[in-house]
Design a protein around this ligand. Structure first.
Ligand code: ATP
Ligand code: MG
Ligand code: MG
Ligand code: MG
Length: 467
């Protein structure tokens, strides 16, 4: 029987291999072919040029288990972690792809057969959405597959027109949802309660037909193609009969180890979920050459690490703990990703350095923040205060926002941006008098990412490793 996450991953790849798909190894989280994209956030990213017709491969059907990070850019789930049962910063997206080979009908049947025949998920647990202009897809689901019409829902472009970014491949899509049952709060897609955890989106099938240009126009792709994404952790939850991704095998192990390390008895604690999520994204980002820094990808990594450390602090962590979880992660995922073990020492070292740096100021920053909260009138923390926490104690704005949210408060993002702008101006003025040390030490976290310099990053890694 298919049950563990490892078994589901394998079953998916095997199924599509029998359907003449080439099994392709997961690519790096740092997209090699796209400097505009922060991280690989979907299984199709490594195939982007193939879809665009700019690159040809020896196969027209592929399948993969792609590591993904959604913690910045267009798809950002950082703030969902700890709040929903289904979002991670790091997750594995299972996918099958057709490069001008099969199209709608076959793609729909592949997904349906895998779920209902291979995994034997009861048909009545599945609800389908289609793009509201896509009569063809609706017809296939109802007339050919035989899904009752009341469980095929038409949805607008917001959710059912998929695109990778502002430009690039896109098209209408059809999504498959699993009903976790009446005991779980939530409503079907398109209903007011759709954001609950009852109906969970498990698979997105994109009918890739267009390439959106810089000016917004849609150019038909040379050959319509298929891109699908199935969240591995969400399917594992179904196969393991649990309602939350955080209750699947991998996460339960990580949560137990984190709890033991921190001496926490409440295995349901939200902070344990956050930490066990963050150790995955942080470790895999480092594996792929990202190093904590003050800009671009490195700054996103730093923000995630600091968020994890803060949640450890909430659980009264004594000293540095985060880097110690790498071993636990390797136990869970080292078989599927041997590079974790190969780079264990460097991952631990980089995380420990971050913990040491941030740990020194976290306590003092929290005292200041508590003070600000005590004296707060209204429900919004002033931009100046958010900036001061950032500037003096290294609290990224989203970390302050995370703490604020726990207390039903907000932060003034605009005010923060203004304060940040003023700081930049001051630094510029200072630089007219000679060397600008400020700029060298710190740069604005909103600095736009200008491309990825592999050589200098790996040089930093080697340097740190040898130090
Ligand atoms: P949601 O609406 O739940 O946020 P999505 O529509 O943003 O999901 P897609 O971009 O369609 O997700 O990605 C394809 C599949 O990847 C989803 O159907 C889901 O199974 C999985 N997935 C997406 N985001 C996450 C995440 N943050 N953590 C875990 N799995 C995810
Ligand atoms: Mg999403
Ligand atoms: Mg969705
Ligand atoms: Mg989707």
């Amino acid at each position: 029987m298919i049950k563990s996450t490892a078994e589901v991953r394998q079953a998916f790849l095997d199924f599509f291999a029998t359907k003449q798909h080439q099994i392709v190894k997961s690519s790096s989280l740092v997209p090699g072919n796209d400097a505009t994209l922060l991280f690989t956030n979907a299984g199709m990213v490594p195939f982007k040029d193939v879809f665009l017709g700019a690159e040809t491969r020896s196969y027209t059907r592929a399948t993969s288990a792609q590591r993904c990070v959604r913690a910045g850019g267009k798809h950002n789930d950082l703030e969902n972690v700890g709040y929903t049962a289904r979002h991670h910063t790091f997750f594995e997206m299972m996918g099958n792809f057709s490069f001008g080979d099969y199209f709608k009908e076959e793609a729909i049947f592949f997904a349906w057969d895998f779920l209902t025949q291979v995994l034997q998920i009861p048909k009545e647990k599945l609800t389908i959405t289609v793009f509201d202009e896509d009569d063809e897809a609706e017809k296939i689901w109802i007339e050919k597959v035989g899904v009752p019409a009341e469980r095929v829902i038409r949805i607008g472009a917001q959710d059912n027109f998929w695109s990778m970014g502002d430009t690039g491949p896109c098209g209408p899509c059809s999504e498959i949802f699993y009903d976790h049952g009446e005991d779980v709060f939530g409503g079907p897609p398109g209903s007011p309660d759709e954001d609950g955890d009852r109906f969970i989106e498990i698979w997105n099938i994109v009918f890739m037909q267009f390439n959106r240009q810089n000016d917004g126009t849609m150019e038909p792709l040379p050959n319509p193609s298929i891109d699908t994404g199935m969240g591995l952790e969400r399917i594992s939850a179904i196969m393991q009969n649990v309602h939350s991704n955080y209750e699947i095998d991998i996460f339960q192990a990580l949560i137990k180890d984190t709890a033991a390390l921190l001496g926490c008895n409440d295995l349901e604690h939200k902070s344990l979920r956050v930490i066990s999520d963050h150790i995955r994204s942080c470790s895999f980002l480092i594996v792929d050459g990202v190093v904590p820094s003050n800009e671009g990808r490195g700054y996103v990594l730093r923000r995630i690490i600091r968020r994890a450390i803060r949640h450890g602090h909430k659980l009264e962590a004594k000293g540095n703990f985060f880097h110690k979880l790498v071993a636990s992660l390797i136990e869970q995922m080292g078989d599927a990703y041997p590079e974790l073990l190969q780079q264990q020492a460097i991952i631990e070292k980089l995380l420990r350095i971050e913990e040491e740096q941030f740990g020194r100021t976290l306590d003092r920053g929290m005292i200041l923040l508590e003070d600000i909260l005590d004296n707060l009138s209204g429900d919004t923390i002033k931009g100046d205060d958010v900036f001061k926490l950032y500037d003096t104690y290294g609290f990224p704005a989203d970390l302050t926002a995370d703490i604020a949210r726990e207390r039903q408060l907000k932060i003034d993002h605009n005010g923060f941006d203004v304060a940040m702008g003023q700081q930049r101006e001051r630094a510029q003025q200072a630089s007219q008098f000679g060397t600008d040390y400020n700029q060298q030490l710190k740069s604005d976290h909103k600095t736009e990412f200008k491309g990825y310099d592999n050589d200098s990053y790996s040089a930093t890694v080697v340097e740190l490793f040898n130090s």
